[in-house]
Design a protein around this ligand. Structure first.
Ligand code: FAD
Length: 651
């Protein structure tokens, strides 16, 4: 990480200097920054409702922008301590890297490396036997692992980011949204009524934007007249986090057990080495039936699990948390307050994210991950609009992009739930090139492998729009599909020879990135990279000049990086174009972290891994949420300028 840009600061660099006080906040000092003021201001830029994964992702994002007044309210009296979701997909880990805490999750969490499959033993169907094992994540899919960590710990990590951010944001617990009204013509169009859960007192707060991250029974969704459509509560699953003694050998592996007569269990080993989560499939509910009517207890769940584990023993010593989790695949038609007729022209003021707009079965571990993905998409857009970098119509793209993603994932979830519940041996053959061990239930394993990109969070591909360019030049780097998330690869930094993952240049800071992959030519004055740099630094048509405020650092809005195919020792730092060694901050210090070289080690060269055209190179435009927005030849500067002109405000 980079720090000391504006002068030496002792102490933990992850605690950012507190921002200068806003006019509506008490004074803040560096030594004793006050907590977020107790009293909710009358007016706010963004009010977030709900401290689940969606709300906290958004709050952590906006906390980095002290010029945006943000508050997050939660009806519960304090932070979540245990329970709920725990699966963190590779894609979410890539996002955590942008927030700076992926390494903490790797250190504290359980890493899912292998999944095993158990089914009735063909020789004795009353017993279960291992039918196969597969790698949990396809080789090379991401530099990040699939992790398991309690949702409550994920919340803590976000709360740390918020507390250490320049705006020192902390949630307002014990406040619940009781209703909202919208007056589109007002400076603060949304009026929110908030009830103090202790006193019952109602406060009102006017906001430019309200984001409902308030879960499956969202009051925000109801207030804007949207409903979750689809099958509700069709399947009940018991879930329990336990400390147990067992002779089942795969208890520390993610395991799917299908018994002949007693149903299915998913074993999710948990962080810390001892804790285990069991998901136990309960009966299908009748139409309109609620799971509470079944009077299920933790003893019911333990007994069901013991029957499925047979002939292995399961001696439960402590039930840490348990719940009966009843969920269907449901989806809202829109994720904002615009009537359908105004979806292409209106300006939204209220958004919903996470379970408020889509719910999934827990079987594919999507709930928390997709919810965080929604907020990551909305975070940079709100930041861009509220800091004046982009016009408010950018916000229309949130519902358009994320509703399509959720619809796709719900279709996958429905399919996956059907596969999970199928009786052993009852599945048709899966279309998958990947191999699975042969055995009674090999088809089930093939389905698992075929669905791996969905469960890893890598299936998202945004459709062409003003934010996603044409695929005309895709052949310059087929390994970076336009609209998909940037697939990172190793590179070596020129200035200090440090090996790094290129994808990790993206931080949760609403900046766009331009990555110039240079052709195999000397980077002299008439080289393609020198000409591109000259255009970006000096031309009036340069998007970097057009969209960056005069007094800001040159990379404040669009951050230019370059990757060279040459060996690091064959390149001279001093011969690099000045735009790749920009001067920044109050001292005009040089930023040495913009230039990278391909890693020459076998199997690690980014040009080979992603199929980058060595003769022509290419220019990759990366969105602030790590998705590939565009891919162009290095000399297509006109198309580059036009692309940004359609998104960002000219300063
Ligand atoms: P949530 O995490 O639901 O957060 C919404 C927040 O909003 C809550 O903190 C809530 O208190 C708050 N809130 C609600 N209404 C208001 C209001 N009017 N005013 C203020 N605050 C409000 N997923 C799994 O994969 N595995 C599991 O085992 C699992 N178990 C779950 C158990 C429970 C009890 C629940 C609720 C969810 C479970 N999930 C599980 C789902 C998973 O936790 C969600 O998919 C994920 O948390 C969605 O995140 P979110 O931020 O959208 O919503």
């Amino acid at each position: 990480m980079q720090y000391h840009l504006n002068g030496f600061r002792p102490g933990n660099p992850e605690v950012h200097p507190a921002a200068r006080a806003r006019p509506d906040a008490p004074p803040k000092t560096l030594d004793a920054p006050p907590e977020t003021p107790d009293v909710l201001p009358d007016t706010l830029d963004v009010l977030i409702v709900g401290c689940g994964p969606a709300g906290l992702t958004l709050a952590a994002y906006l906390a980095g922008f002290p010029q945006i007044s943000t508050r997050i309210v939660e009806r519960k009296p304090g932070p979540l301590e245990k329970g709920q979701a725990d699966g963190i997909s590779c894609r979410s880990m890539e996002m955590f890297a942008a927030f700076g805490f992926a390494d903490t999750v790797i250190r504290q969490g359980y890493q899912v490396s292998e999944t095993t499959f158990w089914a009735p033993d063909p020789a004795n169907p009353a017993h279960i036997a291992r039918q196969g094992r597969v790698d949990d994540v396809e080789e090379g899919l991401s530099e990040m692992p699939h992790m398991i960590l309690n949702q409550a710990r994920v919340h803590d990590l976000y709360l740390d980011v918020m507390r250490n951010a320049p705006s020192r944001l902390v949630p307002d617990y014990g406040l619940e949204l009781a209703g909202l009204t919208i007056d589109p013509g007002a400076a603060y169009p949304v009026t929110a009524m908030l009830r103090d859960t202790d006193t019952g007192e109602i406060r009102t707060c006017r906001a430019r934007y309200v984001v409902g991250c308030d879960g499956a029974r969202s009051a925000v969704r109801e207030a804007i007249g949207l409903r979750l459509e689809g099958s509700s509560a069709n399947q009940a699953w018991g879930v329990m986090d336990i400390l147990a003694v067992t002779d089942f050998p795969d208890i520390r592996l993610k395991t799917l057990i299908k018994s002949a007569r007693d149903g299915n269990v998913i074993i999710i080993p948990r962080e810390g080495g001892y804790l285990v989560r069991l998901y136990i499939e309960m009966d299908q509910l009748r139409e309109g039936e609620r799971v509470s009517s079944r009077a299920i207890t933790s003893e019911t769940l333990i007994a069901a699990a013991q029957r499925i584990f047979h002939p292995f023993s399961l001696d439960v010593r402590e039930v840490v948390w348990w719940s009966v989790y009843e969920i269907g695949q449901r989806l809202a038609a829109r994720f904002d307050d615009l009537p359908e007729a105004q979806s292409a022209t209106g300006l939204p003021h209220v958004f919903i994210a996470g379970d408020a707009c889509h719910t999934h079965s827990p079987k594919a571990g999507q709930g928390m991950n997709v919810s965080m993905g929604d907020a990551f998409n909305l975070g940079w857009k709100l930041a861009a609009v509220l800091t004046g970098r982009a016009p408010p119509d950018l916000l229309r793209s949130y519902s358009a992009e994320r509703q399509a993603v959720a619809a796709d994932l719900i279709a996958f979830d429905r399919d996956w739930a059907r596969i999970m519940s199928a009786r052993p041996g009852a599945l048709p053959a899966a279309q998958s090139a990947a191999t699975a061990d042969d055995g009674e239930d090999a088809d089930f394993q093939r389905h698992f492998i075929a669905h791996g990109r969905y469960t890893a969070g890598m299936s998202v591909r945004y459709a062409p729009s003003s934010l996603i360019g044409t695929a005309r030049w895709q052949a310059l780097a087929p390994g970076f599909p336009i609209g998909a998330r940037f697939h990172s690869a190793p590179v070596v930094r020129l200035s200090d020879a440090r090996p790094v993952q290129l994808g990790q240049i993206v931080q949760a800071d609403a900046r766009w990135r331009l990555i110039a992959f240079c052709p195999a030519q000397e980077p002299g004055p008439s080289s393609a990279i020198a000409e591109l740099c000259a255009f970006l630094a000096t031309s009036r048509a340069s998007p970097c000049r057009r969209h960056t405020p005069k007094d800001a650092d040159p990379d404040a809005v669009i951050d230019l990086r370059a990757v060279f195919p040459q060996n690091r020792r064959d390149l001279a730092l001093e011969a690099m174009p000045p735009a790749l060694l920009p001067r920044k901050g109050r001292f005009g210090l040089i930023d040495y972290e913009k230039i990278f070289c391909a890693d020459p080690s076998p199997g690690r060269n980014i040009y080979d891994l992603r199929g980058i055209d060595r003769a022509q190179g290419c220019l990759l435009v990366l969105r602030p949420d790590q998705y590939v927005a565009h891919l162009l030849p290095l000399h297509e500067t006109g198309a580059l300028s036009d692309f940004f002109a359609g998104i960002l405000t000219e300063v």
